[in-house]
Write a protein of this length. Structure first.
Length: 517
């Protein structure tokens, strides 16, 4: 792979395909989009197989100076590699999900998805901070169009809300970027990750980036755009929104907030923990009372992403690895759950839970897939979400028993609302004749769900294959932020019995140590 610009080719393929979609009819546009996304997936597999786990931190680096202060610079580490693979894996499935359900302006729809794939890969591969910002913000445009043009009845309101929320936070980030470049004298992200910004400035820089990444995650209380966007978006739009776009916020914390502003990250860890704890409990309770399947899964996404932020700001390897694994697992499982909703929505054109029931009788294959993804969302051992949630909670337990306890209640609540959803949809008596008459999965729907099911089980049974590429990069990040790690419950002396006991243990000297002194 030496010298071959594989990352540029992965950006070029969807761009050319998007342009081609405008020149052909609807049927051909679908084929062009599917072939282009499959080519990018094949290139992603080559990228994965060619990545040297024991090699340099930044690989497949491409750099060209465009003009003073801006470079076309691409390159990936293990963290970016896994997120790019998640993107190229989900994109062909999104095209298949739109094959029959999208019937108006098909060429423009396929072009919008291809442009979004280009921008998402660009976010994870960018090594110039301006290039990252352009890709990060431009990703709003195709999703705004997908919701606004091909969404549900209330699509205009949802698309404007999505656009304004995410754009507003990013204006502050741009101002911070200008200051950072002036201070450090470079736009190179790997260099900025090692630059020590003044502690007094880090506070403001962290808050500016936080305004953007918190909305993107989304964190409570700036999460309200997400349920509206999911409910109004077409099925494939929901899949890519939950599967990849939300992960950009987590990636931003890993790539910018933590390594560039470690002292400020430690200073505001309490804020992140507080918001995350509220999100885990509050959005889980809200999910319990939803009557719309998409809204329930959307609120569950906010709760799962709160586990990510808790893990990231635990300032230890387990927390960081757990956060990454939750992002990957959630990307697969939430995308699959939205596909499951889309399958029955295409048949009955309603997402109301009460309109279904007893689907395991007439749609047994569908019920089997839905059960697997439900169990994965709950965090059943052997599925993708278990290892991530376990590591993230193990990481935060080292910092705060209380935060770990609250976040664990969220997992219990998650089991409650997901199993409650599954029982009402798949089991019980069939009250509605139209639901009872729905046919089981066809070949196209099998092609959508089976690959994700295989990935969910593979990730659950052999998580090391996903952890190995990013382990060295997470260790390097941990070493960078270790000096600023926040104090644990016991060191903070918060006055709880647990804290006092831990404090005594921490300061207790063994008899052998006294002799040594």
């Amino acid at each position: 792979m030496d010298g071959f610009p594989i990352l540029s080719v992965m950006l070029l393929v969807p761009l050319l395909a998007a342009m081609a979609c405008f020149l052909v009819d609807a049927r051909t546009a679908r084929m062009v989009a599917l072939v282009a996304t499959l080519i990018d997936f094949a290139l992603g597999v080559v990228l994965w197989c060619s990545y040297d786990i024991g090699g340099a931190q930044w690989q497949f680096v491409e750099k060209a100076n465009v003009f003073s202060g801006f470079s076309y610079a691409l390159g990936i580490d293990g963290i970016a590699l896994t997120l790019i693979m998640l993107t190229v894996f989900l994109m062909p499935i999104c095209i298949l999900a739109s094959w029959e359900s999208v019937t108006k302006r098909v060429s423009e729809y396929m072009a919008a998805f291809l442009v979004m794939e280009l921008l998402m890969i660009g976010v994870f591969a960018a090594q110039d901070i301006f290039l990252f910002y352009i890709m990060f913000e431009a990703g709003l445009i195709p999703m705004y169009l997908i919701i606004g043009v091909w969404g549900g009845d209330n699509r205009i309101y949802a698309s404007y809300k999505f656009f304004l929320y995410t754009l507003l936070g990013s204006v502050l980030m741009l101002i911070a970027i200008f200051w950072m470049i002036q201070q450090a004298g470079t736009t190179d992200i790997p260099t900025l990750m090692q630059y020590d910004f003044p502690a007094s400035a880090q506070t403001w820089l962290w808050l500016a980036f936080f305004a953007s990444f918190a909305v993107k995650m989304p964190m409570w209380p700036v999460h309200t755009w997400l349920p509206d966007a999911h409910v109004q978006a077409p099925t494939a739009g929901s899949v890519i929104l939950a599967g990849v776009l939300l992960k950009m916020g987590g990636y931003g914390f890993i790539r910018f907030s933590l390594p560039m502003f470690p002292e400020a990250s430690a200073q505001f860890a309490w804020l992140v923990f507080a918001l995350s704890m509220v999100a885990v409990v509050y959005t889980s309770l809200v999910a319990l009372v939803q009557s719309d399947m998409k809204k329930l899964i959307a609120y569950s996404s906010v709760a799962h992403m709160a586990i990510v932020t808790v893990g990231l700001f635990a300032f230890n390897v387990q927390g960081l690895e757990g956060a990454m694994m939750v992002m990957l697992g959630h990307g697969l499982v939430s995308g699959a759950l939205f596909l499951c909703v889309g399958v029955i929505y295409d048949r009955l054109h309603t997402r109301e839970i009460n309109r279904y029931g007893g689907l395991s009788i007439n749609m047994p294959k569908y019920a089997l897939f839905f059960m697997l993804f439900t169990m994965a969302s709950v965090g059943l051992p052997g599925t993708s979400n278990f290892i991530g949630e376990f590591l993230a909670l193990a990481g935060i337990y080292q910092i705060s028993t209380f935060v770990a306890l609250v976040c664990t209640t969220g997992i219990i609540l998650g089991a409650a609302y997901m199993l409650y959803l599954y029982r009402r949809v798949a089991f019980g008596e069939q009250k509605n004749a139209d639901a009872a008459a729905m046919p089981d999965l066809n070949a196209r729907e099998w092609a959508m769900l089976a690959p994700i099911a295989a990935a969910v089980l593979w990730m659950g049974v052999y998580p090391e294959s996903f952890l190995a590429p990013m382990r060295a990069d997470i260790a390097a990040l941990d070493a960078r932020i270790a000096r600023a790690a926040p104090e644990s419950d016991s060191q903070l002396k918060i006055g709880t019995p647990t804290g006092k006991i831990a404090n005594e243990i921490a300061h207790h000297e063994e008899p052998g140590e006294e002799g040594a002194h």
